[in-house]
Write a protein that binds this ligand. Structure first.
Ligand SMILES: C[S@@+](CC[C@H](N)C(=O)[O-])C[C@H]1O[C@@H](n2cnc3c(N)ncnc32)[C@H](O)[C@@H]1O
Ligand SMILES: [Zn+2]
Length: 130
């Protein structure tokens, strides 16, 4: 249903290899489950290299896709995304927010908090900081 290819947004991206229906659970965001406190150090380290790999599961835990991540780690952010995420227990799902055409790049809103370090390139005029 999906594959990794070079993205027009940044680096690698994930693309639909067939039409995907709205609300389809596409893929889980895998990665090592670590406590928030451990994640803070790692996030700093990753950000220094311009990377965001940590996805908040809940108040206490984070999934770090840099360790044990799957293809979902290559899904880029967009301010007008075609996917959304849902946390169910320990599992993070990436889900189609609308019908997605074959060949479209999958994106979701990273909803990053704190001071932004990476300028969003989802569209030419975007000024959001991730
Ligand atoms: C989870 S990875 C996504 C895959 C990434 N494109 C790659 O090649 O590894 C997150 C990183 O992708 C980049 N990225 C994702 N969405 C972006 C966006 N809208 N604008 C600029 N960079 C983005 C940032 O460098 C971010 O740290
Ligand atoms: Zn943007």
């Amino acid at each position: 249903m999906i594959e990794r290819r070079k993205s027009r947004i940044e680096g690698w991206g994930v693309f639909a290899t067939q039409p995907i229906n709205k609300n389809k659970r596409i893929v889980t965001y895998d990665g090592e489950k670590i406590p928030n406190k451990v994640s803070l150090d790692r996030e700093d380290r990753y950000l220094k290299k311009g990377h965001i790999w940590c996805f908040k599961l809940n108040r206490l835990y984070v999934r770090d896709a840099a360790v044990g991540g799957n293809i979902a780690r290559y899904v880029n952010h967009s301010c007008t995304p075609n996917c959304y995420t849902m946390v169910k227990g320990d599992t993070i799902w990436i889900i189609a927010a609308r019908n997605i055409r074959k060949g479209e790049e999958l994106t979701y809103d990273y909803s990053t908090d704190g001071p932004g370090h990476i300028r969003c390139q989802c569209s030419p005029g975007c000024t959001v900081m991730l």
